[in-house]
Design a protein around this ligand. Structure first.
Ligand SMILES: Nc1ncnc2c1ncn2[C@@H]1O[C@H](COP(=O)(O)OP(=O)(O)OP(=O)(O)O)[C@@H](O)[C@H]1O
Ligand SMILES: [Mg+2]
Length: 345
């Protein structure tokens, strides 16, 4: 059974939302950082639905290149390509009267997105190399850790497909927003992986419990589960406390950096607009594009590093892990503003 462990408010809300949307047959998009439990949510949705007595059909859209993924999803006819010696059903057909879980949908190629859109609109498709329409009744649940709205804006994900998939959006919260669930999760994982302890009794210990509350969990529940697995194997929380202490020390800096830095995306938009303008004349060279993009991104990061060091270029160079001389060159080259100084001529 796919149990979502947790009694925090965000998890209770998540469970309630799952109850509400089960059996609506509306397409569902599950979003959230890596390791938050997106697949678990998909499995719970399926298990609680009327379709739950049939197996859930999972496809990892990031694992296969475009053409292979197309035949994996839609199947193929005999003779469709070399080696296609007989007709093969695709995952959509296998999910008839069941649920298809399209994991990592954000990584699907643009061309295949069009074919998927057709299935979502009309519930029909044709196998690769075939002409016959195949009707299908499958509940579609998709998941991604991408920011799909951002991908839509940047032309990487089809807007029409996004709206089709996004009939119901379920956002799975990161573990750092529901730390009160950690004790329950630990108990659950210790029970689940007790085989690893080979009969020894293992306890968490007060110090590790406290560190678990302090840590920010960038890898979310999967990271916590892996910690518990290692605890069960080693039976001693000492090395884990040491490791976590170090991670907390190191992650603090990056946390304040990443959480307070709001990059000015308009500069990147300008590059893309430039690119589009170039394309009217012909294709821009990749070299010139990478030069321009690197200059913009490096310039923004250097500006931020200078802000954080109150314009101290030596400290900024250390922060950026480049030499002082290289930093001076880049500041001049990109025309970066130094706090407290007049803009370069
Ligand atoms: N609330 C929860 N209760 C119990 N186990 C959980 C919970 N959330 C996640 N897990 C477990 O944590 C692990 C990671 O979850 P899952 O694979 O669903 O995450 P994900 O969001 O799909 O990750 P990724 O983005 O890396 O694919 C799994 O073993 C899952 O069973
Ligand atoms: Mg997953």
């Amino acid at each position: 059974m796919n149990l979502i462990i947790g009694q925090s408010e965000p998890v209770n809300r998540l469970k309630e939302l799952i109850r509400q949307v089960v059996d609506t047959d509306l397409n569902i998009l599950i979003c959230g950082e890596s390791g938050v439990g997106k697949e678990l949510v998909a499995r719970s949705l399926h298990a609680q639905s009327q379709r739950g007595n049939k197996p859930l059909v999972k496809v990892n859209c990031a694992a296969l290149p475009g053409e292979l993924l197309e035949s994996e999803l839609f199947g193929y006819e005999k003779g469709a390509f070399t080696g296609a010696n007989m007709q093969k059903k695709g995952k959509f057909e296998l999910a008839e009267k069941s649920t298809i879980f399209l994991d990592e949908i954000g990584d699907m190629s643009f061309a295949l997105q069009a074919k998927l859109l057709q299935v979502l609109q009309d519930s029909v498709f044709s196998r690769v190399g075939g002409v016959e329409d195949v009707q299908v009744d499958a509940w579609v649940i998709a998941a991604t850790h991408h920011d799909l709205e951002f991908d839509v804006q940047n032309g990487k994900f089809r807007e029409d497909l996004y709206y089709r998939l996004n009939m119901i959006k379920i956002v799975v919260p990161p573990l750092r927003d529901r730390k009160e669930d950690i004790p329950l999760l630990c108990k659950h994982f210790m029970r689940q992986h007790k085989g690893l302890a080979k009969g020894r009794s293992v306890v968490l210990g007060r110090e590790l419990e406290d560190l678990f509350q302090e840590y920010n969990w960038p890898g979310n529940i999967r990271e916590l589960e892996n910690f518990i697995k290692r605890l069960m194997v080693f039976g001693d929380s000492g090395p884990l406390c040491k490791e976590l202490n170090m991670k907390i020390k190191n992650s603090d800096g990056s946390k304040t950096f990443s959480e307070t830095w709001v990059p000015d995306k308009s500069a990147l938009d300008a590059i893309l607009a430039d690119c589009r303008a170039d394309m009217k004349r012909g294709f821009p060279s990749l070299k010139s594009i990478s030069k321009k993009s690197i200059a913009v991104i490096e310039g923004m990061v250097i500006e931020e590093a200078l802000k954080r060091t109150d314009g101290n270029r030596k400290q900024a160079a250390e922060l950026l892990q480049i030499s002082y001389k290289a930093l001076l060159y880049k500041i001049k080259d990109y025309g970066v503003m130094i706090p407290g100084q007049l803009p370069p001529e």
